[in-house]
Write a protein of this length. Structure first.
Length: 371
């Protein structure tokens, strides 16, 4: 194939880049070392939270809005729903990072959110046992994105636009080659005018950036009072507790409510160092959270998944040009999935025009100071 653009890595960001480029008439070749929607990187595990009142930084809000439009476009071309609207409850101490950050983003971008005190939280969501030292902020326009289904839909739509997606083909090297790039894989060498690098946890193979990898284990719990965790009565949640950040997603099937700790594990230099077995020690932190804040979920484990975060030192994304014809996106730091459609747009803009009108300045290459 004679491609305009080669995309290395077909997780959430690479598939989106291929999809967005194909919608602009670009001929794209995508290369993935495993199969599409595999479970060894960062983009698996059925569901992701999408939200707009972004405690991490208010600059994410316009991009979150744009991402909702992108998911809607995908839904229209596919005919299925991938985003389920469900309120997001942010819980934490009144002057903690989470509550202050959500409030700031909501204020700066006029997002409608509802402030709850601890007794409001207990009354509205009886599953939560929160002390009076905590408050809640409820964002009604948040939701849940279907992970594997949406990515396979992106792949299918991209293929309809003529994209070639090659699975089980590992890229071993790339180089600038005359007026284009040359990419060497385990099966051959390909040439294109431009290159997009979206290698997720493996990004350091191609990028000289201080990225680390963190193993995350997510659990599904049946719950002793299953009806408390149904999507119509239980929110998506993020909780800022003395033991760290935890998040959860209501029960969508018989596995029950999904709960995990956000961060809280060792940072490792590469995905090869990850232990993919789950042992009793992995449950300890989540169990302690459930016993304190969500006791009726402290029940049998009905499912689990090991997933990887790729972290930047400041936990903000990295999306930029590497060379004139080479762009990359990496370091989504455990909160990138919701943005996949708009990250694909930014990559397509940078790749085709060297700039983007989308507000992505926060993600440029930068000198990191350790957190
Ligand atoms: C447990 C968990 C929960 C999360 N929850 C949320 C959430 O609620 N909301 C949210 O917005 N985000 C969330 N995230 C973050 C989000 O899922 C990630 O930011 C996003 O999936 C990252 O996508 P990616 O494309 O960068 O990486 P990946 O999906 O890992 O894709 C990288 C791809 O590149 C391929 N690749 C690498 N090297 C090569 C090579 N040499 N040759 C060919 N292919 C290669 C890999 O095989 C992989 O498929 C969560 C992440 C985890 C792990």
């Amino acid at each position: 194939m004679n491609a305009d653009t080669i995309v290395i890595g077909l997780g959430a960001m690479g598939l989106s880049a291929a999809w967005q480029l194909s919608r602009r008439g670009q001929r794209v070749l995508g290369l993935e070392q495993f199969g599409l929607a595999h479970d060894r990187g960062s983009s698996h595990g059925q569901t992701r939270i999408i939200r707009q009142a972004y405690y991490e930084h208010p600059d994410y809000v316009p991009l979150a809005r744009r991402a909702y439009e992108g998911w809607f476009d995908l839904e229209q071309s596919d005919g299925r729903r991938f985003v389920t609207i469900c309120p997001c409850l942010s819980l934490g101490p009144v002057s903690g990072e989470l509550i202050l950050g959500v409030r700031r983003a909501a204020r700066e971008h006029s997002l409608p959110v509802e402030e709850l005190n601890a007794s409001d939280v207990r009354r509205r969501f009886p599953a939560f046992e929160v002390g009076d030292d905590m408050v809640g902020i409820l964002e009604h326009t948040a939701g849940i994105v279907a992970v594997e289904d949406s990515l396979l839909a992106m792949a299918a739509d991209a293929r309809r636009f003529g994209v070639e997606l090659r699975e089980n083909e590992t890229v071993v090297a790339w180089r600038l080659d005359g007026s284009g790039v040359s990419v060497e894989t385990t099966s051959g060498t390909y040439r294109a005018e431009r290159l997009v690098i979206t290698a997720g946890p493996w990004a350091r193979r191609f990028l000289d950036e201080p990225l680390t990898v963190m193993r995350q284990v997510v659990f599904w719990f049946a719950g002793t009072k299953r009806q408390q965790f149904r999507r119509d009565v239980f929110p998506v949640f993020i909780a800022d507790t003395p033991g760290g950040y935890y998040y959860g997603i209501p029960a969508l099937d018989t596995r029950g409510v999904k709960v995990a700790q956000h961060y809280g594990a060792d940072e490792l230099p590469s995905p090869d160092a990850i232990n993919r077995q789950v042992g009793p020690a992995d449950e300890a932190a989540v169990r302690a959270f459930l016993q304190r804040y969500l006791p009726s979920a402290d029940d049998r484990v009905e499912g689990l998944s090991v997933c990887l975060y790729t972290l930047t030192p400041d936990r903000h994304f990295l999306i930029d040009q590497l060379e004139e014809r080479v762009v990359f996106a990496a370091g989504f730091s455990g909160h990138g999935f919701k943005f996949a459609p708009v990250v694909g747009e930014i990559l397509a803009d940078l790749s085709m025009w060297g700039k983007t009108s989308l507000p992505a300045a926060l993600f440029r290459r930068r000198a990191f100071t350790p957190v």
